[in-house]
Design a binder for this molecule. Structure first.
Ligand code: SF4
Length: 387
């Protein structure tokens, strides 16, 4: 029996904000020998974890659900909230059932957090994945597939399992299906903004960081089946691209306020790490080389990924035109250096191209949004006025 969209949304909300990770406990009961791997954003090659029969779980900090208490003794207070509250999750034993934590080379904060984790949780396998920085070097594929081979070996050791190429190919196929459904859902929102709120899309996609991928895929299929029959709301809104929230996630209320203030968010980078590739990763051939090649040539643009021949600000302009957006909202986590650095070039290029933009910062614990609401309302009205 299929579950209704409303039931799926309720389940997603519960899972996304469950800091006790009860869904992880449920998975463990069904997989007594299984291991759980925490994945700090943005992008993690989850296929290698899945191929080991383990559960990758996105760790996006504590949001509004926990207070920072112990973490401030180990990291500075002037870094992004997600890194502080993620450490708090660890120090306060919310992650006691996690066997490994993965961090990647997205920024100095994430790098340092992996070191802090290693020192404070010596029984946990901590991986710090160095992504390739030169997208055109012939050495990048062997280098990055070698990195992933190392991940496999460590998972084999802690799980007492063997990861075969066949299992990796199967996992690539499984994640290809899931990413394709993410893309379909995003396209549905772009074509029918009145039928799916951005906060609903957010919950549906973000649950994919928590649930077993097969379960999330089945859920997205049911949702995509039901959505066309949903009644759409008529609304006079501008279409916007939301940029900058690729790692730390804004409070759900902020996403709702942006839409209430007159903007349909038709593209965003909330689920960037879960979608990541613009096309399917090839299944045939050497699976780790395929993942590495796709990282180099098929990744979406991002402030945390080195670019090849195409500049990120040009990719943003292309996206704005492709989704027929009226403007761009820069919604940037406080102290997030990659996003703040990119904002400078993005802003200059958008202004040169005549694309309206507005920017504001957020943090996890933000509870008052009136200033942002006014900023966004003024932005939307000014565009509607001259439309
Ligand atoms: S929010 Fe920004 S600064 Fe913080 S860990 Fe993520 S990418 Fe790094």
């Amino acid at each position: 029996m299929s579950v209704s969209l409303q039931q799926h949304l309720q389940r997603c909300r519960k899972v996304v904000y469950d800091m006790n990770f009860t869904y992880v406990d449920a998975w463990r009961q069904q997989h007594p020998q299984g291991k759980v791997v925490g994945c700090f954003p943005v992008y993690i090659p989850r296929e290698v974890i899945h191929a080991a029969g383990m559960l990758p779980v996105g760790i996006y900090g504590g949001g509004l659900e926990i207070e920072i208490d112990r973490a401030d003794a180990r990291v500075q207070s002037f870094i992004c909230s997600i890194s502080r509250s993620t450490l708090e999750l660890g120090m306060s034993h919310y992650l006691k059932n996690f066997d490994a934590m993965y961090f990647t080379s997205v920024c100095d904060v994430a790098r340092n957090l992996s070191g802090v984790w290693e020192r404070n949780f010596p029984s946990v396998l901590v991986e710090y994945i160095h992504f390739p920085q030169n997208m055109e070097s012939k050495s990048s594929v062997p280098y990055y597939s070698g990195e992933m081979r190392g991940l496999c070996q460590n998972l084999e050791r802690i799980g007492n399992v063997t990861i075969t190429d066949e299992q990796l190919r199967h996992s690539i196929q499984v994640y290809n299906e899931n990413r394709a459904l993410h893309r379909q859902l995003t396209t549905f929102k772009q074509e029918n903004p009145g039928k799916l709120d951005a906060s609903e899309l957010y919950l549906l996609q973000r649950a994919g960081a928590c649930l077993p991928v097969e379960e999330h895929t089945a859920m997205l299929r049911e949702v995509l089946d039901e959505l066309p029959r949903r009644e759409g709301k008529r609304r006079d809104r501008i279409r916007v691209v939301l940029e900058g929230a690729f790692c730390e996630q804004p409070p759900l209320e902020l996403i709702e306020i942006i839409e209430e203030a007159g903007c349909d968010i038709v593209a965003s980078d909330f689920a960037l790490g879960l979608m990541w590739f613009l096309e399917d990763v090839p299944v045939q051939g050497n699976p780790l080389e395929n993942l590495a090649r796709s990282y180099l040539t098929q990744s979406d643009y991002s402030s945390v990924r080195h670019y090849g021949l195409k500049r990120r600000d040009y990719s943003l302009v292309e996206k704005v035109r492709r989704v027929k957006a009226d403007g761009v909202l820069f919604c940037i986590a406080k102290f997030c250096e990659p996003a703040l650095i990119d904002y400078v070039t993005h802003k200059n290029t958008l202004e040169r191209e005549g694309i309206p933009l507005v920017n504001f910062e957020f943090e996890e614990k933000m509870g008052v949004f009136e200033n942002i609401r006014m900023q966004v309302e003024t932005f939307a009205e000014s565009i509607l006025l001259f439309a």
